[in-house]
Design a binder for this molecule. Sequence first.
Ligand SMILES: Cc1cc2nc3c(=O)[nH]c(=O)nc-3n(C[C@H](O)[C@H](O)[C@H](O)COP(=O)(O)OP(=O)(O)OC[C@H]3O[C@@H](n4cnc5c(N)ncnc54)[C@H](O)[C@@H]3O)c2cc1C
Length: 412
Amino acid sequence: MPPPPERHSETLPPAVRVHVLGAGPVGLVVAALLQSNDRFSVHLYEKRRDYSRTRMVQLAPYLVADSIESYCTDYIDGESIAAIFEPSEISEGLAFRQSIPPDLMGLLRGWTRGFCPLNDIERSLSDLIDARETHPVQRTTAVVTAQDAMTMVQPGDVLIDCTGTKSLLRDPLVPGVGVTEGDSNTFKLRLEYALVVTFLYDQAYDCNEYCKYYKNIDNPFYKFIPAVNRTYHDGRMTHVTGIVNIRAEDYERMPSRFDGEWLRSHFPQVAQSMDRFIAKVKTETNGEIVGDLEMVRIPLDLYRARNATSLQVRRAGGEHPFVRSPVFLVGDSAMGSPYFQSISLGFECAMFLAGLLAQHDLPHTEMLARYEQFVYKQWIRVYTRTRMIKHNKDLLECVGDTFTLLEKLHVY
Ligand SMILES: Cc1cc2nc3c(=O)[nH]c(=O)nc-3n(C[C@H](O)[C@H](O)[C@H](O)COP(=O)(O)OP(=O)(O)OC[C@H]3O[C@@H](n4cnc5c(N)ncnc54)[C@H](O)[C@@H]3O)c2cc1C
């Protein structure tokens, strides 16, 4: 049954309440973008009291691109972008960037220059939101449930779910699915299990594919692969983040985070590979590691929400609260990808959504459909890019072993 033809539910009324669920990096960017528009009253909900995630992350330069050329310069997916997006779509995104307030754009520019701690991004955005004198964001510190979200939303309000991988509203976006049913709206591929190793190094150090190959030449297994551009020179200090592919059974036996000493005593083979790599870096650049190695073991998943909005629920009609209140998934709640891409992808979708919401005469149905299409194109982009990175990484790990290498090649 189509939704009733209520005027207020089809276009956004003058003062639109926007509920942003989750104040991780993406929820904070969404709030900061919408806050600067007079038409929105932004409510931000977060369960954490402090930002404590210190892991180093890097953002993609395309976030601050000012021309189609600079948007498409990425070595791996420049061509895919040109194939997936119309020039007019890219231009629309670039035009939106021009309207981003200078305080926020200044932060984005800084973060795209190199590594920075995740909690620095979160704290800076949070402080920026609180420091702005006009249009204060109303903040609530609480765990929100899907049921809470459905109860608090009024017809015409907008709900933006930025609650991350375990998204609060992803499942309820499938018509007829209750709030407790898991994974009915998620497509997921497990690419590998990985040990992510981070350390500080007291000399400038960079690593290209030759370096990744030669420094692993004595490592038959558990090759240590620092990601390209994963080093940020902070004076003479370098932050290094590398990935070691591990087996599923290794993953099961490891705690979620640990240090170098634990690895050396429990997984000596993995530690030897990593130590050999680091020893070569030291010989080459005459430096030392500062502090200890930090390690987390994670499954590297590539996934997306099949419905990234409430469009299907709206089309199904009935009394469901999402029929009259559009819901959007942004950030890890909409899709997730490994190899250090997700925050940028989340910010890109946040910018697109803020641009859509700013078009006050755009009917909700069209808004939802356009966001679905945009997110789907971003998915194609990140799927293609991730597959390419994984394939190249697999090949790199067997360079020198001709038969294994040939087995991984499929030509026609
Ligand atoms: C080791 C590692 C390294 C990484 N490196 C990079 C990198 O270099 N570059 C990159 O782009 N990405 C990187 N990532 C991924 C990146 O951290 C995530 O993509 C990013 O944090 C997602 O942001 P988000 O805001 O969508 O979700 P999250 O960061 O997960 O934020 C969700 C927020 O919602 C809150 N929340 C959740 N549920 C509720 C609820 N019910 N009620 C209230 N609040 C709630 C949470 O407390 C949290 O603050 C890395 C990930 C890992 C594990």
